[in-house]
Design a protein around this ligand. Structure first.
Ligand code: BDP
Length: 689
């Protein structure tokens, strides 16, 4: 057991015959590739979970599961209105005296999702006696963004090389592509952007379009569309155009022709993702045009084919002296209402960059006339990468539940992106994938949970991170409460622990240059101010933190008035975000009664202690977890423990040179002096562009 099967292990359930009673047979009349995939996944899952393959029968009978759409079964005993093409219903019914479980949907993709949902229920110990479930995705686009390069490396990838074997595509379509599609479909993901947002034009050449088309062919039966990241200057690089000005007719014509070429090879191609005028990438602003001009030009090219454009809002300029946290809002808010109707603006969860904790991005709620797409980072660039166990479910949940107050109380980020707040039909969410060619896909067994949680929340942003962890642990390890309970407990506090040992109380971006691995809060001499950790923490002899109130950058004014008002006052600001919004004196009092300095150290200590506790919990699970997965996790927790301590000690060693405050009683001084921490180097850190 090396983790390859992810949460689709389909171990035999110990449920007292619950499943055996209800899943002795399968009726699956559909003949489309997707209907067949639904049937095969159900059969495969049941064979494992039930310990014996069910019979495949022609007609519903006692103890059968019936996969049905209105097309295959006109007199379906289940109502499907409101479920769309992807939703499903699962119902226990009695037909001519026989108990049958119907998995029904309007479209075949719904059958596939329903089949996986049924397996999930069975494998997490739900009663299967009187099912009456209706479920439809809240978001239309549920996408992975791969930051995979054409040379096989993965930017911010910690699970080995890219799984896309561009070199041998399109001829060789290895079995892993199908397993990738199965895993994604099982959690409702319905699209994938194949290449890095830091794109190369090559991916738009004929050979690479053919390679993308081959992948699209593998994914199609699983309801997954492919998308491509594009480089803004592709018309210049590939065809010698003299400009990439979006208002130049030759440029627009080039993209129209390119889109038509792609759609000839991939008729259901999803569309384009664009990183423009961001971190050195070219874009429409190079021609004095706006992001909307650029997005709309591309949108017009894919529109006749039903495609969409996802335009990223991750921008900050080297010559802009304003607070980096304000820049995306300043650029994009004025463009609200100017985007074509097949454009989404893709916004990271927070205003800086995937930090262990960020307050929600102020653009959420601020662009009512534009569909905003959420971008989460599943790969843990800033959260311990492959070795630290830091379950991201709580981070995702925290952002989705944050209240923007854009239309009064209850205007959560989830309601902004699912379109319900402003009545948008085109909606979406993206996760930067943590997938690579490692056998375990994600660089560690526990990182698989982040991929899983992303998919589940993309389907239903109201699910709780804890319920998701429970499902994942039951399917990944065992349904035994002796296993699930401690694992879920470990997972649930793990992200907060990372916040504690890395960036407590609202600190951010104090990671080492480039690789972002480990602490380096002392860095101050990089060319651009906002590349330096000192820019973010602003520690000095008086205190620490970034003043984003009126006396500082006034970034808080980008939030709706009730939020801005709360954030204006350090006493009302949630303590977890305190230093994000305020520069606070070292001796200021925290809610605990501690001074800020002492409180910081208590947070660092709590983070380290949590990791020590996770190690003990995991050691206790040895009898219940298979050897290879046990050993990997045990070793990684050892790394995490050592590094949590490193984070704590290095941070304290540095901040103490400014605070000049003593260690609080009962706490240990850093193990080494500051120079020792400064001298550490990581020349071959993975994932570093
Ligand atoms: C940052 C990464 C960088 C990405 C960039 C982005 O460090 O590698 O290219 O985000 O999202 O988090 O474009």
């Amino acid at each position: 057991e090396d983790g390859y099967d992810l949460w689709l292990r389909h171990e035999k359930v110990r449920d007292g015959g619950n499943l055996a009673r209800h899943a002795a047979a399968v009726v699956a009349p559909g003949r489309s590739a997707t209907a067949l995939a639904a049937r095969d996944e159900l059969m495969r899952g049941l064979a494992g979970a039930n310990g014996a393959a069910p019979a495949l029968v022609e007609k519903p009978m006692n103890g059968a599961i019936w996969l049905a759409t209105p097309a295959s079964a006109p007199d379906l005993p289940v109502k499907l209105d409101g479920l769309g093409e992807e939703g499903y219903a699962i119902r226990s019914v009695t037909l001519d005296g026989q108990s049958v479980t119907v998995i029904a949907a309007n479209g075949d993709a719904g059958l596939l999702y329903g089949a996986y949902a049924y397996l999930r229920l069975a494998e997490t110990g739900a009663s299967l006696d009187r099912l009456d479930i209706r479920s439809a995705p809240r978001m239309k686009l549920r996408l992975l963004n791969h930051w995979d390069n054409l040379d096989g490396t993965v930017e911010r990838g910690y699970a080995g090389q890219s799984i896309w074997d561009w070199w041998r595509l399109p001829d060789w379509k290895g079995p892993r592509y199908t397993d990738y599609a199965r895993a994604n479909a099982s959690i409702g993901i319905n699209g994938t952007v194949l290449n890095n947002v830091n794109a190369r034009s090559d991916s738009l050449t004929a050979p690479y379009i053919a390679k993308a088309a081959a992948l699209a062919d593998v994914f199609r039966p699983y309801g997954i569309k492919v998308y491509l990241s594009v480089k803004w200057t592709a018309p210049m690089e590939l065809s010698g155009l003299r400009t990439a000005d979006p208002l130049d007719p030759a440029v627009a014509a080039w993209w129209k022709a390119k889109a038509a070429e792609i759609y000839r090879a991939i008729p259901d191609f999803g569309g384009f993702l664009v990183k423009a005028n961001s971190e050195g990438q070219p874009g429409p602003q190079d021609y004095k045009r706006t992001h909307a001009d650029g997005a709309n030009m591309l949108a017009a090219a894919v529109k006749p084919h039903g495609g969409i454009v996802m335009w990223r809002a991750f921008v900050y300029a080297h010559d802009n002296p304003d607070d980096r946290a304000k820049q995306a809002y300043s650029d994009f808010k004025p463009l609200d209402g100017q985007f074509a109707d097949n454009v989404l603006v893709q916004v990271k969860n927070g205003a800086i960059d995937f930090q262990p904790r960020e307050p929600f991005h102020p653009l959420f709620g601020a662009m009512p006339r534009t569909p905003l797409m959420m971008e989460f980072q599943i790969t843990k660039e800033y959260l311990g990468q492959s070795t630290h166990l830091t379950y991201l479910g709580p981070l995702f949940e925290e952002t989705l539940k944050s209240d923007t107050f854009a239309r009064g109380k209850g205007s959560t980020v989830a309601r902004v992106i699912d379109g319900s707040l402003e009545g948008h039909k085109l909606t979406g969410i993206a996760g930067v994938a943590n997938i690579g060619a490692d056998r375990d896909w994600s660089g560690s067994i526990f990182n698989q949970a982040d991929w899983y949680a992303f998919g589940r929340l993309a389907w239903d942003p109201d699910l709780s991170a804890e319920a998701i962890a429970r499902e994942w642990a039951a399917q990944t390890f065992s349904t035994d409460a002796k296993v699930v309970d401690p694992i879920v407990a470990m997972m649930m506090g793990s992200r907060e622990a990372a916040v504690d040992y890395m960036t407590p109380l609202g600190l951010s971006h104090v990671m080492g240059t480039g690789h972002h691995y480990g602490p380096a809060p002392w860095i101050s001499e990089l060319a651009r101010p906002e590349w330096n950790p000192v820019y973010y923490h602003k520690a000095d002899a008086q205190g620490i933190g970034f003043d984003r109130t009126k006396t500082g950058s006034n970034a808080i004014a980008q939030y709706a008035p009730p939020v801005a008002k709360m954030l204006a006052d350090p006493k009302k600001t949630p303590e977890r975000d305190l230093l994000w919004f305020h520069h606070v004196g070292w001796d200021a009092k925290l809610k605990s009664g501690d001074t800020l300095w002492n409180g910081l150290i208590r947070h660092y200590d709590a983070g380290v202690a949590y990791v020590a506790a996770m190690r003990r919990t995991w050691d206790g699970l040895r009898p219940h977890v298979d050897a290879e997965r046990f050993a990997q996790t045990q070793a990684f927790l050892g790394i995490q423990h050592r590094e949590a301590k490193w984070w704590r000690d290095a941070s304290i060693a540095y901040f103490q040179t400014l605070s000049k405050r003593p260690m609080p009683p009962g706490t240990a001084a850093p193990e080494h002096d500051l120079n020792w921490y400064k001298s550490l180097a990581f020349p071959y850190a993975p994932g570093n562009p």
